[in-house]
Every structure is written in structure tokens, then in C-alpha cells.
Design a protein around this ligand. Sequence first.
Ligand code: NDP
Length: 364
Amino acid sequence: MANNISMTLDEVHALAKRLLQAQGFSARHAQAIANTVTAAERDECRHHGLFRIPFYINALRAGQASGDAEPTLSVLAPGVLKVDAHYGFSPLALEVADAPLAKLASETGIAAMAVNNALNVAALWPEVERLAERGLVAFAFVAASPYVAPAGGTRPLYGTNPMAFGWPRANHPPVVFDQASSASARGEIQVRLRDGRQLEEGWAVGPDGEPTIDPATALAGAQLPFGGVKGAAIAMMVELLAGPLVGDLLSFEAGEKDAANTGAPCGGELIIAIDPVRCMANGNRAAQLAHGELLFSKILEQQGTRLPSDRRYEARKRTVLEGVTVPASLYETLQELSTGEYTGKRNAYEGDDALRATLAAQGA
Ligand code: NDP
């Protein structure tokens, strides 16, 4: 196999945009998705970088995603906006909605955004980080394909349901966490299946409902939430916030609609933005943020700690100067896409050997 490929971030962006446009995405969608993919590569979140390009393309080819839908923004209530993606991927809808949500939150103190009919295969940290960079506290919630059992249950129901939180800082980039509510990533189970490695205890149950550390049995059964019943409660909350609350699909409903099994479910997202100065009498942003810094300094006093998102910011400093390394197997898949040799798979994540190899090469 060829060596891994070094690329600048500009090259990553140009490649992503070119591939997406060649497959039928509009210039605006291709630009927005390329922005998201490049940001993920920049921050060394590779599961959401170039690795995702076949997901976007498979969903478009399957007729499940629109490549040119223009998101529409509307006001649902004085503090609630809605952006309808009209079955396009979420990055463009989020870019369109970002500034209006921030403006409304600054005016009202708190504002929510319902994102509807959006295909989402991205990380959530970009949306909360952007809002926190504007001085706002932010939350985001997304439901996904059904892989995870409810507390005490044994059959898939919840998605891996991520949630993200952003906190603004005066002299640093925001503190952000962004985490799934499953005990492990699904890709990790698939990679261990291929590599003949067992799972950790507590990750999954088999179809018989018994705990399993065998990857194939786990994939046929159900993943488990992180942290037992507490993680299951978070997963349930995310389902309710990203589904019924905003009038969109639950994970199992999204799974049923993903007839082509593209792994790119369509559904909702809830984003909440809060202006700190509106949350206390005589609010003082500088004093409130300084108080937050006290917590961060106390955390960092302890050996072995770091703040969530610091890994990304460290990676960012490095990759903007040095570029990134793309595994050869992924680069080959992308080359096939660019030459038209890529035939697509029913499910890029589960069916494409090159992509599985990529996951392994990335230590996923
Ligand atoms: P991780 O378990 O890798 O990380 C979760 C969070 O913990 C991150 O914010 C990470 O920060 C932080 N963290 C990790 N180690 C430490 C540490 N030692 N000290 C302090 N903080 C730490 O994430 P997940 O596997 O749960 O999720 C991965 C991504 O997948 C997320 O971006 C999520 O949005 C995405 N996802 C998307 C889905 C979709 O449908 N669109 C579905 C499921 C997941 P840091 O980044 O700095 O390491």
C-alpha cells in the first residue's frame, strides 16, 4: 500500500469541495461541508474529516439527501428560531442560522434553534464553539441512527446521541465538550471485529440480551450507553430534545427512513444559546468569565487533568502550520471518487474495506 499522504488544510478543503461538487452538491453545500470536514481534520477529529466524504456522497446518490436545498429560517416564538434544511446536510443550515441565533440570544438572554430535516454526520463542537466565540454559553443535541439500548433493555433504540457544550473565555478559545452518549463509538466495535480484538466490558449486549465482548455479537445486538442508567437518561433526553421537542424524528424513526442504509440519518437538532450577562442582576461578563476561569485553574492544578477541547486546540496550532496526514487507504478511496471509479457501498461505514482500514490506521 502507498504511503500516507501529507496535505495542507487548503488542499483538504479544495479536495473535499471538488469531490462534493463533482457528485452534484451545490457550490454552497460543497463549501459548507468542506468547511466542516476541514475543521475536523485541522483539529484531528478524523472520524468527521475526509473520512466522511463517502457518507455525504452515498446519501446523495441514494436520493436520501438533497445536494442543493437552500435552508430556510423562520421565527417560531420570540426566543425560538427554526432552520429547515429541507433534507440537505446540516453544515449549510448551521452556517445560515448561526448569526441570527447569536443575535437573538443577545437580545433576549436565551434563544433556542430548532434544526429540522437535516442530515447530520458531523461533530457538534463547531456549532457550540462558534456561539461561545461570540460570548455565549451554548448547547447542542442531535439524535442519530438507532444502535443503543435503553436502561435495562437489550434492543437498539437510541442513537449514539451526542451533546455538546461551549463556554466562552476572555483570553482563550472557548471550553467545549462534545460527546456521544454511547459507551463506545460504533466504528471502534467494527474495527475490533476486523482486527479480531475483544470489546471492553459494558459496551454491548448480544441479540440474546446477554453482555458480550465479542464484536460480531455486539453489532448484531445493541450498544450500551456510557455510565449505565445515567448515560441512558442522557441518551433519552437527547432523543426528546432533538426529536419530539423540535418536531423531528426519533432515532429509530430516522433509522427506518434510512432505507438505503447510508448511515446518514435525517432528523433534528436543538441548539440553545445563553447570554451570560442576562443571567444575573447587574451581569458583568468579565467578572462572570473570570469566575469560570477560577474553576478551570482549580481543575488544572491537579496533575493529570486537562480541559476538554484543549487537545483540539493543540492539534489546531500544529496542523495550520504543518498540515495533516491522510491515510493512504482513505486517499485512494477519495481518488476513486475523483476519477469516477468509486461505485459506492450501501453503507460506507460498514461495507468499505478501505474505510475500515482507514479507521484502524487512525487508531479509531
Ligand atoms: P470522546 O470520547 O473522544 O470525547 C468526549 C469529550 O471528552 C471531548 O470533548 C473531549 O475533548 C473530552 N475529553 C477526552 N479526554 C479528556 C480528558 N482527559 N480530559 C478532559 N476532557 C477530555 O468523544 P465521543 O467518542 O463521545 O464523540 C466523538 C464525536 O462524535 C463527537 O464530536 C460527537 O459529536 C460525534 N458524534 C456525532 C454523531 C452524529 O450523529 N452526528 C453521533 C455520535 C457522535 P477533546 O476533543 O479535547 O479530546
